[in-house]
Write a new protein. Structure first.
Length: 375
């Protein structure tokens, strides 16, 4: 599953330079090798995190323990960073049933935790989500007829449902300010890939939901309007006959005219070329990356791995894959929510189920890694 985020000083598409030619050459092989630009991983530190030389880790939050003004939520999942004066904010979803929602941690300029608070409550199984260019957080419910909620990461305004964006098993969203649309993935075995065209860019209360239509895995696509975004009588993925179906949509990210999104059922990363309206397979993994969530201006892509690996890998612009960290002692968990801080020198992420691997996520751990990440 691929997710990608920008350094949190800017909107997701600003400063996240990922050369289009890299992903237009979708069939190029990816080479996996140890070491890479940061060198080999050392032995795990006191937090159980193996890192290259020059990098350090700390635990910033644990499920059920107080941080700032809240108890940190269960099953921490998708996340993003936002600028906050000379500090920053990290927002994290909770993939917990019924409780769900999202919480935020506010950091001061030196990285000290200043406060923590809820930005969304009373929702269900909130998964990947995504951030907007106007610095709001879109939290997605991964349930039947799930909703997208627009949240204020600064905690000043109440979260609002954006029902025009469709009622289905949402996973991730990514904004395309060049065309004024939002892309959405659907986590179903036969899910679809959607785009939402708001009536006014920056206001997601109304607009048109469309589904991608194609006859093959590679080539031109068309978009058709979903007649009933609410899915009251038929699921959105079943309303358009020539809609293309994907095996378990995961995270997505738009940059430089391309929207990359991943499918967990077949371990693929897809590239939608928004300028030419074409679809390609960008990465077809034998051993899958689980979620990619961080992109640097250099074009580096950070990819989280689960399925027992508990790694974050780096994919360089020359398509070399190398591990940059590994968590030990969490065999039943997965890494979620990676996001880079404003200066690009801190990476936040969570072990959703923690060392106990409790399916309810009551042992979740949220980390910060500091080091000389390539810019």
């Amino acid at each position: 599953m691929l997710r990608r985020t920008a350094p949190c000083t800017q909107a997701p598409t600003t400063g996240t330079v990922l050369a289009g030619s890299l992903w237009h050459e979708a069939a190029d092989p990816v080479t996996r090798r140890p070491g890479g630009p940061y060198g080999p991983l050392r032995e795990p530190d006191v937090n159980g995190v193996a890192l290259p030389e020059g990098f350090t880790s700390r635990i910033v939050a644990r499920t059920g323990r107080r941080i700032g003004g809240v108890l940190w939520h269960p099953a921490p999942d998708g996340g993003a960073c936002f600028p906050d004066g000379d500090g920053w904010i990290y927002v994290s979803n909770s993939e917990a049933p019924l409780l769900g929602g999202a919480s935020a941690i506010r950091f001061g300029p030196g990285g000290a935790v200043v406060d923590a608070y809820r930005v969304l409550s009373g929702t269900n199984l909130n998964r990947a989500g995504g951030r907007t260019p106007w610095n709001s957080w879109l939290s997605c419910e991964e349930i039947l007829r799930g909703r997208v909620f627009e949240c204020d990461p600064y905690g000043s305004r109440a979260a609002m449902p954006r029902l025009a964006m469709g009622r289905f098993r949402h996973e991730a969203v990514s904004c395309d300010p060049d065309r004024g649309v939002v892309y959405l993935t659907e986590d179903e075995p036969d899910g679809c890939f959607y785009r939402f065209r708001p009536a006014y860019w920056g206001d997601l209360t109304s607009g048109v939901l469309e589904v991608l239509c194609a006859t093959s895995d590679r080539g031109p696509v068309t978009w058709r309007r979903v007649p009933d975004p609410g899915g009251a009588r038929a699921a959105t993925r079943d309303q358009v006959g020539d809609a293309k179906h994907f095996s378990g949509g995961r995270g997505c990210h738009y940059a430089d005219g391309l929207c990359l999104f991943a499918t967990g059922g077949d371990d693929r990363v897809w590239a939608y070329d928004a300028e030419r309206e074409r679809l390609e397979v960008a990465y077809d993994a034998g051993a899958p990356p689980a979620a990619a969530e961080a992109v640097t201006p250099s074009g580096d892509l950070y990819v989280t791995r689960d399925g027992g690996d508990m790694e974050i890998d780096l994919i360089t612009p020359d398509r070399v894959v190398t591990p940059v960290l590994r968590i030990s002692g969490h065999p039943g968990s997965e890494i979620t929510g990676p996001a880079l801080s404003p200066g690009g020198d801190r990476l936040y992420f969570s072990s959703k189920r923690g060392p106990r691997g409790d399916a309810s996520g009551t042992d979740g751990v949220t980390y910060e890694v500091t080091g000389p990440f390539r810019r």
